[in-house]
Design a protein around this ligand. Structure first.
Ligand SMILES: CC(=O)N[C@H]1[C@@H](OP(=O)(O)OP(=O)(O)OC[C@H]2O[C@@H](n3ccc(=O)[nH]c3=O)[C@H](O)[C@@H]2O)O[C@H](CO)[C@@H](O)[C@@H]1O[C@H](C)C(=O)N[C@@H](C)C(=O)N[C@H](CCC(=O)O)C(=O)O
Ligand SMILES: Nc1ncnc2c1ncn2[C@@H]1O[C@H](COP(=O)(O)OP(=O)(O)OP(=O)(O)O)[C@@H](O)[C@H]1O
Length: 496
């Protein structure tokens, strides 16, 4: 991608006089009136609920000096362009002196595995001596204190600010998640990716994308020549195979099923201690032993290794770091209070994730698999029934509870999931509205040798009812329930 000059920005913005006029006074770019700062250009976007221009007065009160929008405003000097959302990213990149050009940016997209793969890439970079920043739905981590993430992929103005901070901190690389929302909403426009990774694609987010084709196209747009130098593509599903056939940038494939892939994952073994596999590639036959749990982490590790190879990183050193990664927060995270059964927290929230997760859980026990689950509000209603059905087909006890209803009715969410579970006619199904109580119920029902998994929220530190955020961490709640049960039954005598 060519460097964007003021002239090119003016072309983007269509009004060079105003650009040069504001350029000297511009000290920031914001797309939210509530967080606009003195000296900001406020980008008033048209959205599904509001038009930002309606908040121009607030932006002005907060010190904004000009507006960029698709319509004029009498509140502040306004640059009018046809599609401000498309312009925002390149403009923010220009404003921050194109930070992504000063960093090796690894972008990971796909339905599942984005967070895990980003953490694995980061671990591999650090072990290979490459200073790396991390931008995931869990945290944003540079050299300073990590910050809790607000989005899986930050808004365009925030993203460029973060990348500029990483460049100023003299980091050499970034591993980041790229959500399909971010791609569809041009949040990563203006960002240059050295390596783009496509993990997999299956049904999710069809509340936002019109259909699977639109979902695929959003993901595929990451791998556009000029925006992304090389692609690493998982070819275990039809969309990955389609992308590998269509992509116009140099690409590398990884697979657990196709021995002809550039990186072939063979002989995967997953137990309670970790996951081992053999990676066959032109570097040879590489044995890999992860501390991470679940067969699917072999897929993510292969994606990370292939990405680092494509990025020119020393692979043996990178593998050493990947093997030492203890945990991806909230992804099959064990909670152990000495109980005689396995207790895990996982972020699985779609049927593709369940299809990989439940066989692993089943492999850990000759006893029962007890799952606590629900569905988040304002997300793909069409997946709720299948989530319940699929869980009940593979678990023995399904306890349906609240996740974050947002403005959806919590009772309806639970009933949609529970009716799917009951339809499976195979597991014991119950609904417990209060999440802490649901977790305590699972712990109370568990007997020695069982597996308990608290699914759907992973690392998520808050539950959202309406617009009220209440702190709630599944890992802490599970720990508390285990301690509570031990306190009343120190011998863990079974109540199941
Ligand atoms: C579905 C989605 O992603 N929507 C995003 C989209 O909202 P929108 O276009 O509907 O915007 P809107 O709410 O109508 O507001 C229009 C404009 O007015 C601005 N505004 C609004 C109110 C105000 O007081 N002041 C103000 O300036 C907003 O910042 C926005 O620019 O643009 C907004 C700002 O650009 C985002 O905040 C908003 O993210 C919402 C909050 C969201 O929840 N997004 C989630 C789904 C998301 O992005 N998730 C992905 C991962 C996938 C997942 O979570 O399922 C992620 O990358 O995090
Ligand atoms: N490669 C994979 N294939 C299938 N399922 C996976 C894979 N990796 C992880 N999962 C499952 O999906 C869940 C989410 O994993 P992860 O957070 O790494 O992916 P993600 O794409 O970032 O998810 P999200 O988009 O919700 O942030 C995990 O808890 C696990 O159950």
């Amino acid at each position: 991608m060519r460097m964007t000059t003021v002239r090119e920005v003016a072309a983007l913005l269509g009004d060079s006089s105003l650009v040069s006029q504001i350029e000297s006074s511009l000290t920031g770019i914001s797309q939210d009136s509530r967080t606009a700062q003195p000296g900001d250009l406020y980008v008033a976007l048209s959205g599904s609920r509001h038009h930002g221009i309606d908040f121009a007065d607030e932006a002005k009160r907060n010190g904004a000096v000009a507006i960029l929008s698709d319509r004029d405003s009498h509140t502040l000097p306004t640059i009018v362009v046809a599609d401000p959302r498309r312009v925002l990213g390149p403009l923010a990149s220009w404003f921050h002196h194109h930070p992504s050009r000063a960093l090796d940016v690894y972008g990971v997209t796909g339905t599942n595995g984005k967070t895990s793969t980003a953490y694995l890439i980061d671990a591999g970079l650090r072990a290979a001596g490459v200073t790396s920043g991390l931008i995931t739905g869990v945290e944003v981590r540079g050299r300073g204190e990590p910050r809790r993430a607000v989005r899986t992929t930050p808004e365009a103005s925030d993203l460029q600010q973060i990348l500029a901070t990483f460049a100023a901190q003299r980091l050499s690389a970034v591993a980041m998640e790229v959500s399909s929302h971010a791609l569809a909403l041009y949040r990563t426009a203006g960002t240059h990716f050295g390596v783009g990774v496509f993990t997999n694609l299956d049904r999710d987010h069809l509340d936002f994308h019109a259909d699977m084709d639109a979902y695929y196209s959003a993901k595929a747009s990451l791998f556009t020549p000029g925006r992304c130098d090389s692609a690493v593509i998982g070819t275990d599903d039809e969309f990955g195979r389609r992308l590998a056939a269509e992509v116009d940038v140099p690409s590398t494939t990884f697979s657990t099923s196709d021995a002809g892939a550039d990186f072939f994952v063979d002989d995967v073994r997953a137990d309670r201690a970790g996951t081992s596999f053999t990676l066959r590639c032109d570097l040879g036959t590489l044995p890999v032993r992860l501390r991470l749990l679940g067969h699917h982490q072999a897929d993510n590790a292969a994606a990370a290794i292939a990405a680092l190879y494509a990025g020119g990183v020393d692979v043996p050193s990178a593998i050493d770091g990947i093997e030492k990664l203890d945990l991806v927060p909230g992804r099959l995270q064990p909670v152990d209070e000495g109980q005689p059964f396995v207790a895990l927290v996982d972020y699985v929230h779609n049927t593709a994730g369940q299809r990989r997760l439940f066989p692993y859980l089943r492999s850990l026990t000759s006893g029962r698999v007890i799952v606590v689950m629900g569905a988040t509000g304002e997300r793909d209603p069409g997946k709720r029934d299948p989530l319940g059905f699929n869980a009940a087909r593979q678990a023995d006890v399904v306890i349906v509870t609240d996740e974050s209803p947002h403005f959806d009715a919590a009772y309806d969410l639970r009933e949609e999931v529970a009716s799917g579970a009951r339809r499976a006619r195979s597991a014991e199904v119950m609904t417990v509205a209060d999440r802490a109580e649901a977790i305590a119920t699972a712990v109370a029902r568990a007997t020695p040798g069982d597996v308990v998994v608290i699914a759907g929220r992973g690392h998520d530190p808050v539950q959202v009812h309406g617009n009220v955020e209440t702190p709630f961490d599944d890992r802490a709640a599970l720990k508390s329930a285990l301690r509570q049960r031990q306190s009343v039954a120190p011998s863990w005598s079974s109540e199941g």
